[in-house]
Ligand binder design. Structure first.
Ligand code: AMP
Ligand code: GLY
Length: 428
């Protein structure tokens, strides 16, 4: 009998994971909680929310799920992995103690500092006045400063301030007005790092790890990195800034020491470790960690994986990843996000999407914010669709992705026109 898999989540990342896992010869059936209409042909979608831990547990137990794969961070931080372990169910992801690497920036920065892992110089604060004084030390010297709420803040907890007014406003809203609730009771204030950002992914079993691949996200909503930050407007793999030497340096100076540090601290890290890196003139430095796959990076990564993903996730969950390998395909892959106009601020939903049948047979369209209404796929979120194309080169993948995206439309559709441009500039 084949295996039953449950994927938790509903975005483009989870659609890409379902798509990849569905290719495993070992898989008999995939369920998604709650899933989305795009993955409905590959997975049976169950109407269970990602934070409803007891419902998820009951479902996995009653359906005899062989492996549960957690997409988003929220259930991880809420302790879904411990809950599953207590019930002898296999699950891919870190425990809530290990997920503090993402859930608490104070925890992550202090760990990096203690184990001498490269990151921006910083201080942490629990009260407003010393925090402001420290931040002003940067801006009054004409330097930018980065102010970060300690906890999860829906991607809005990081402010880059250039002036005294900006620094003050950020600290007032985090620490005094408690814009993010308890997440802003502590803040990290750090130096601004110049460079190009790279997301690096490795899968660990707590002791050993399998390096996966690097990708580059495009966080701002408009071209040339203008406008507010979003969840990510597009991504491509193997950014040229991330050379083979840098790759090795990141393994030696960042990934291995972090896995060691988490073990030494008594909270070994099992799951995918997503290192958000700044490639500075002084080498790679950690901006942040995430305890899950990246979105939209995963949509560009999954098509690059040569082999079966399932044994890798199982080995991580079991704690014996040593010797497990994952081949990568040659060439490149690009993911372009089609978003609702107005995102990441307010936007309308419910617009019919046309052209989904018009794309080439080998074009991947991973759904994110979509819904099915009277048989029609409509928009239902900020990031609506992910158009994904592979190519022999990054240039080819970019050309193809834009050609395919032009076939799809919905009212107020917005996408960046410059996904992958940094790679092209480096190649020219
Ligand atoms: P984080 O959630 O910590 O990754 O921060 C969100 C975004 O803020 C990052 O992807 C960077 O673009 C930016 N950022 C965070 N920390 C720094 C820093 N020290 N210097 C420059 N940019 C930063
Ligand atoms: N790509 C950004 C994130 O997944 O957090």
């Amino acid at each position: 009998m084949g295996k039953k898999i449950l994927v938790i989540g509903q975005g483009g990342r989870e659609h890409a994971l379902v798509w990849k896992l569905a290719q495993s010869p070992e898989v008999e059936k995939i369920y998604a909680a709650p899933g989305n209409p795009g993955m409905a042909g590959l997975a049976q979608c169950e109407d269970i929310e990602v934070d409803d831990l007891s419902e998820i547990l009951y479902f996995a137990w009653s359906q005899k799920i062989d492996l549960t794969v957690v997409g988003p961070e929220v259930p991880l931080m809420a302790g879904i992995v411990e809950l599953f372990h207590d019930h002898d169910l296999q699950i891919f992801g870190p425990t809530s103690m290990a997920a503090r690497l993402e859930g608490s920036k104070v925890f992550a920065k202090n760990l990096l500092h203690k184990y001498n892992i490269p990151t921006a110089a910083y201080e942490t604060f629990e009260s407003f006045d010393p925090a402001l004084e420290f931040a002003l030390g940067f801006v009054s010297n004409g330097r930018r400063v980065v102010i970060k709420a300690d906890g999860l803040a829906a991607g809005k907890g990081v402010i880059i301030a250039s002036t005294e007014a900006e620094a003050r406003t950020a600290l007032i809203s985090m620490m005094q007005e408690r814009q993010f609730g308890g997440a802003g009771d502590q803040v990290v204030i750090e130096e601004f790092l110049e460079g190009e950002e790279v997301s690096f992914f490795a899968i660990s079993d707590g002791q050993n790890y399998l390096p996966l691949i690097a990708a580059q996200d495009h966080k701002q909503v408009f071209d040339n990195d203008q406008g507010p930050n979003t969840g990510g407007m597009g991504a491509y793999v193997n950014p040229p800034v991330f050379t083979a030497e840098l790759h090795q340096e990141v393994l030696n100076k960042i990934i291995e020491p972090v896995i060691y540090a988490m073990q030494a601290e008594g909270c070994p890290y099992q799951g995918v470790l997503y290192a958000g890196l700044m490639i500075t003139a002084d080498g790679p430095k950690v901006l942040e960690f995430n305890c899950r796959f990246g979105d939209p990076e995963t949509q560009a990564i999954m098509p690059m994986l040569e082999g079966d993903l399932l044994p890798v996730l199982e080995a991580s969950a079991r704690g014996d990843i040593k010797g497990v390998e994952m081949g990568l395909k040659p060439g490149s892959c690009v993911c372009l996000v089609l978003a609702s106009g107005g995102y990441p601020e307010s936007y309308q939903k419910g617009f019919p999407i046309t052209g989904l049948d018009a794309v080439d047979h080998d074009t991947l369209v991973f759904h994110a914010g979509t819904a099915k209404k009277s048989g029609q796929i409509v928009t239902n979120g900020g990031r609506v669709l992910n158009v994904v194309k592979t190519g022999a080169t990054i240039r080819e993948a970019i050309d193809k992705v834009y050609r395919e995206a032009a076939k799809i439309s919905f009212e107020n559709m917005h996408y960046r026109k410059d996904i992958g441009r940094k790679a092209l500039v480096r190649e020219d």
